[in-house]
Design a protein around this ligand. Sequence first.
Ligand code: NAD
Length: 471
Amino acid sequence: MRLLIIGTGYVGLVTGTCFAEMGHRVICLDIDAEKVSNLQQGIIPIYEPGLEEMVKRNTAAGRLSFTTDMTQGVAEAPVCFIAVNTPSSKDGSADINHVREVAKAIASCMNDYRVIVNKSTVPVGTAEEVSMIIQGSLDERGLNCGFDIVSNPEFLKEGNAVNDCMKPDRVVIGVNSERAATIMKEIYSPFMLSHERLLTMDIASAEMTKYAANLMLAARISFMNELAGLCELTGADINKVRKGIGSDKRIGYSFLYAGVGFGGSCFPKDLRALRALAAAMDYSTPLLKAIEETNARQKQLLGKKIAAYYSEAGGVVRKTIAILGLSFKPDTDDMREAPSLVLIDQLMKGGASLRLYDPVAMDKAQELVQDSDNLCWCHDEVEAATGADALVIVTEWRQFRFLDFVALRHKMKGKVIFDGRNQYHPEEVVKHGFDYISIGRKAMFAADDVSPEAKKLRQLLRVLLAEATSG
Ligand code: NAD
């Protein structure tokens, strides 16, 4: 089938390419002419494992093309997907202006029946609004060609997006017309060969499902981060607690990692959007509020721990701190709302010098972090650690899993590792002569773990934790 995907960002490019891989003929459209021109030359705007080869293969086979021409796209494709960004407005609500613009643009050039599928994450009621925009425009043009609106939220995870799209856990279709439902089933039929994974429902429920899925995952992360603080205060170990509860089939292991808080392009924005939607209806959502507040304080916590560690030495001023991992999670170069940005800001304000390294997000990070003489962008983890007083793990890229602690000990000036992702066994790190401070686990000290200094520092961290999280 011929498909038009409007918005060639993370979602549009990945889903469009996967549709092409399954044999559909896909036109990806964007208003960003430079992005489209780059894609036409095989230059991919995002890092996503497996995507580049797939784009090139399908472009060469003539199944995938890129354009800025809406009239041509709508003329050729009976099904138009909307996959544009829906950022936060000032009040936190989802800004659906790009969706509205696209609806108007489609309506201004459609001449026959079209299915308009919304893949962007949008508040309940958006499909209805899109429908009104299109109907209004067709009425103005005196055209009665008919159309259907479908909600088809996307659940891909950045870093595993191609795989998620090719083998979705489920495909949610919100639809109120048999004709459109049949077309959507046909589009997704190549993805259902092993078993049926298509869930058809009404449009409002489909729109709400996307928010519900993201916020359930965000809730699990904030829950674990909140418990992590209690673990530190009580002497429990959050990693052990995770295994203890994850083994319960009703709970499961996924999304139960304590860390530096969640970021990215979806969870924070969708949380704000659903809270704003509820507020507009005078419906209170204390749980959603708590997820957001816990996350905000968690993003500050690692920086506060670093400051507490150096408090006796006058703070982080003139300390050199190496940060490993800048993207909001591994296997992506996406820096949107990344916890690393909060930490960089805290440490820079505290007067530290930073040595930064990420396997793929360096360019995007450089666009967001203000340049300074106190910043050094490094080529690998060893260069970052060289001469550093402290090493901080912020994003758990696989290549950081087996750090060469012996080499690091020689390269670094100081001897402390702050691990925002609980990647290492504390005993192992301490054995190599490092102090080791992680999340939701007891801080461990190399010199003498029961020395008065170690006790004092541990007490300081406890006070800090209580202070940072009280009220
Ligand atoms: P993105 O910012 O990466 O890409 C959006 C693209 O839309 C951009 O290339 C932009 O130029 C284009 N665009 C904007 N207005 C346009 C217009 N009028 N006409 C044509 N193109 C236009 O965004 P994204 O991350 O792909 O997200 C898209 C939607 O999907 C959002 O609603 C998001 O919440 C949702 N979503 C994102 C993810 C994710 O992991 N990124 C996952 C699931 C759902």
